[in-house]
Every structure is written in structure tokens, then in C-alpha cells.
Design a protein around this ligand. Structure first.
Ligand code: ZN
Length: 458
């Protein structure tokens, strides 16, 4: 480790007897980003000098002082291997300063050039030492801030309020180039899950094309949302394959699988989960079936109301809860009476000749009670409606609408993943960025003294 000091001279004018605290703070705040940019520039330039010194003065510095420095591609090597040469000739500075977007604003950096004494390649020892690609135009804290701002739907404020300069196209490029698609693939243990949900939502895409965003989430037994995947314009079979790859162990685990009755999902994850139509849509579906049987709304209303009641009996307060032992008996007796009432209703429908209504209700009742049977067996009340997933979609949709219109499938998927993981797996999200930024304790800086020189003229 090298220790160095930065000396900063600031000058201020103060109108005695007139200035207030707010103005002082206001002006200091304005100084913050430009000051940090200057410090950053200073640190980098002095690092550049130090690196160059060690690589060029091989008569003074032993080779161990060049460790981690001077990495460059071997000139003219068709296989693009790294050169072993660590001795350079100084070749001045690039004529134009290199621009970097940073959280403090645009940094203009004069880059020193070097020529390798072994292979003759020209390169910037500073960029190589800082582990920035030859073509990088921004640092990752900047990306992190931009993405956080997009997720918080306040990126406008971020851009307007600070010196951060990024266009919608720039945000698109950050999201498109993200490796989020390959991250967060660690296995999920099905024994931790109390339910799996899947659903889709419409998406406006390029030139008004209609797309569909699909998401699969798990709900853990402690009530946490575990994102299992986000997909744009992807078929359910492929989604199933991807999700299944993340679920460890061999089933069936009888985790309730909740969806709103979309035909493509009837056997989704069937070797892991037990399908269960989202009961919330029951009354609506029955209304439609009875309408097909020729019933007017007025005539079908009493029947759909009954269904609402049956479903209502079991609807838990929250999204999920643990069934208390003492409540089990009550649930059980309600469940049995509901079941026989629905059976009776099915018979009545049959007698009245409601063909569609009969078929719908029979099908619904089968699925409707799967979850109650599961509660009684496991004691865990799984979410019965996809309302939780609908909330997730609302949150994603709100953000996509503002920013992601016209984006390609992969980019929309990337952003949706980011939103899901940031919202529901905050700790993993923060760790992901920490790893990405490479924070390892190789740089630290502290304020030593802040001294005000005496006023020259009172
Ligand atoms: Zn070389």
C-alpha cells in the first residue's frame, strides 16, 4: 500500500451579518460533485505517474514492484494472448482526454501512453491497472446508480438534480449489456416454498407490437417472495424448463401451484407442484360459462354469488399464513360443508341443463379444494389468489412503461429481473453489486484536517 496526501485549497467569501445557514449548505452541496471529480482526477493522475515510473525505471524497481501492472495484449498475436513484457518506454499522452461517466459527473482524463519494450504494443498502463477495458466509457458505480434510479422510477430526478448525464438510450445500453440474465441462478430448495405462482401481463413493445411479460415467483414458508424467473415473449414449456432447472431434488413436493386458469399452465411444473386454479377468477369464469348456457347476468348472479361465498369462507387475510392447530377443525368442517354444497349446486346445474356451467363448476371445485386439503395436511395456508403476483406485475409494469417501450425482449427481461430481485431479494441484489464493483479494501481515504486560514483583512 502507498500512502499519499491530497491538499485542497478552497476559497470562500462571506457577507458578514447577511449570510444564512441555508445558503452556506446550498453552496457546499453544489461543490460536492465537482470537488469529488477533481479528487478522482488527482488520484488517478498520480497513480498513472507511479505505474509509469515502475514500468519504465526497471533499473530502480525490482520486478515484484511491477506485480499487477503492465498487462497488455501481445502485439500482432492472432490468438490475442497477453504479453509477458513488463518494461515500457513512455510515449506521452493521448491527444484527446478520455471521457468517463461517473457518479460525480463526466470525468475527462488525460491518458498516458506506453510502448512495450518486448512486443512494441501501445497501451495505457493506467487503464490496464484499473481493470477497465480499453473502450469502457463509464464506471460501474454509475451504472449502479442509474439502475437504482430506474427501479425507483426517479431517474429523471437523478439526471436533473445531479450532473449525471445519461439519455434513455444510455440506460437501454446499460440494461442490455447487463449480466443479470446469467446471475441469480442458484438452486432453490422446494422444501422452503409454500407456493409457486405464474402469470403473464401485456407489454407494449416496438412500433406498438404487443408482447407478453411472464413471471414465476415462489413464496417461501416465511412469507418472502423468491423470484424464479422473468421472461418476455417466451412459451410456457421453455419457462417451465428454466424454472425446473433451479429447483433441486426430485418431486413431487406438492407445493401448490397457483395460476388463473390459463390453459397453457394446466400441467406446469406438474412433477414439482400441485396445480390450483386461482380461485379469485372462479365467479367470473362461472358467469361466463352460464352466459354460454344462455343465462342473463340477472339470472346467473345468485349462482356466482354462492361461489363467492364458498371461496370467501376460506380466503385468508394476508397472502399466506400458518394455520393454527385450533382453527383446523373449523376449517375442516367448513370445507366439508362447502364441498357438499358445491356438489349439490353441480347437480342442480345438471338438472337445469346448464352444460357449460356444470362442466366449469365441476372442474373448479376439484381445484378449489386442493389447497384446503393441502392446508389441512401441511398446516400451511398457501396464497389462493394470484393477487401477490398481480402486485409484482404492477410494480414491474409501472417501471417498464416509463422507460422500456420499444426495447427488445432480452432487455425488457433484464430490467424486469432487476426490478424483481431489487424489490424482493434486496440482500442478494446488494451483494451482486458489491461483487460487480470489486470492493475489496484496496483503496481507502479519510479526512485528516480541515483548517481555515486566518482572514487576511478584517
Ligand atoms: Zn508487450
Amino acid at each position: 500500500m502507498m500512502e499519499q496526501e491530497i491538499h485542497i485549497t478552497l476559497r470562500f467569501n462571506l457577507a458578514t451579518g447577511k449570510v444564512n445557514l441555508n445558503e452556506i449548505v446550498y453552496k457546499l452541496k453544489e461543490l460536492r460533485d465537482p470537488l469529488m471529480l477533481k479528487i478522482l482526477e488527482g488520484v488517478l493522475m498520480s497513480y498513472d505517474d507511479l505505474i509509469t515510473e515502475r514500468l519504465s525505471r526497471t533499473d530502480i524497481y525490482p520486478s515484484k514492484d511491477r506485480k499487477g501492472l503492465g498487462r497488455h495484449l501481445r502485439k500482432g498475436d492472432p490468438e490475442e494472448r497477453f504479453c509477458r513484457g513488463r518494461k515500457i518506454k513512455k510515449r506521452g499522452y493521448r491527444s484527446r482526454p478520455r471521457q468517463f461517466s461517473t457518479v460525480f459527473g463526466k470525468l475527462y482524463l488525460r491518458l498516458r501512453m506506453a510502448q512495450c519494450r518486448s512486443c512494441g504494443a501501445f497501451y495505457s498502463p493506467l487503464l490496464s491497472a484499473l481493470q477497465i477495458g480499453q473502450y469502457a466509457r463509464r464506471e460501474s458505480n454509475f451504472e449502479y446508480n442509474v439502475i437504482e434510479a430506474v427501479i425507483d422510477t426517479n431517474y429523471r430526478r437523478l439526471i436533473d438534480g445531479r450532473s449525471i448525464d445519461i439519455s434513455l438510450g444510455g440506460i437501454h445500453n446499460i440494461v442490455a449489456g447487463s449480466d443479470i440474465g446469467h446471475s441469480f441462478q442458484e438452486p432453490v430448495s422446494p422444501t422452503d416454498l409454500s407456493g409457486i405462482m405464474a402469470d403473464g401481463t401485456g407489454l407494449k413493445q416496438y412500433k406498438g407490437r404487443k408482447g407478453e411479460l411472464r413471471a414465476v415467483i415462489g413464496l417461501t414458508k416465511t412469507g418472502r417472495v423468491e423470484p424464479l424467473g422473468c421472461f418476455t415473449n417466451t412459451g410456457w414449456p421453455e419457462i417451465e424448463k428454466t424454472v425446473k432447472e433451479r429447483i433441486t431434488g426430485t418431486g413431487p413436493f406438492n407445493i401448490p401451484f397457483i395460476y388463473d386458469g390459463e390453459p397453457g399452465l394446466d400441467n406446469f411444473l406438474s412433477d414439482v407442484a400441485e396445480s390450483q386454479r386461482c380461485t379469485w377468477h372462479g365467479p367470473r369464469g362461472l358467469y361466463h360459462a352460464l352466459w354460454e348456457d344462455g343465462l342473463k347476468k340477472k339470472e346467473s348472479r345468485p349462482e356466482t354469488d354462492k361461489i363467492k361465498q364458498f371461496i370467501g369462507i376460506e380466503l385468508p387475510e394476508g397472502d399466506f399464513e400458518i394455520l393454527k392447530e385450533e382453527d383446523k377443525e373449523q376449517v375442516k368442517s367448513r370445507y366439508e360443508s362447502s364441498k357438499s354444497e358445491i356438489k349439490e349446486l353441480v347437480e342442480t346445474f345438471r338438472e337445469k341443463g346448464y352444460k357449460h356451467g356444470t362442466a366449469y363448476l365441476e372442474n373448479l371445485s376439484e381445484r378449489l379444494f386442493t389447497n384446503i386439503e393441502l392446508w389441512l395436511k401441511t398446516g400451511i395456508i398457501a396464497p389462493k389468489t394470484t393477487s401477490l403476483l398481480e402486485r409484482v406485475f404492477r410494480e414491474i409494469g409501472r417501471r417498464l412503461k416509463r422507460i422500456a417501450w420499444g426495447w427488445a425482449d432480452k432487455t425488457v427481461t433484464n430490467l424486469s429481473k432487476m426490478i424483481m430481485i431489487r424489490q424482493y431479494s434486496r440482500k442478494k441484489w446488494e451483494q451482486y453489486w458489491k461483487d460487480k464493483l470489486g470492493i475489496k479494501g484496496y483503496f481507502d481515504i479519510e479526512i485528516l484536517t480541515v483548517k481555515i486560514s486566518p482572514c487576511k483583512h478584517f
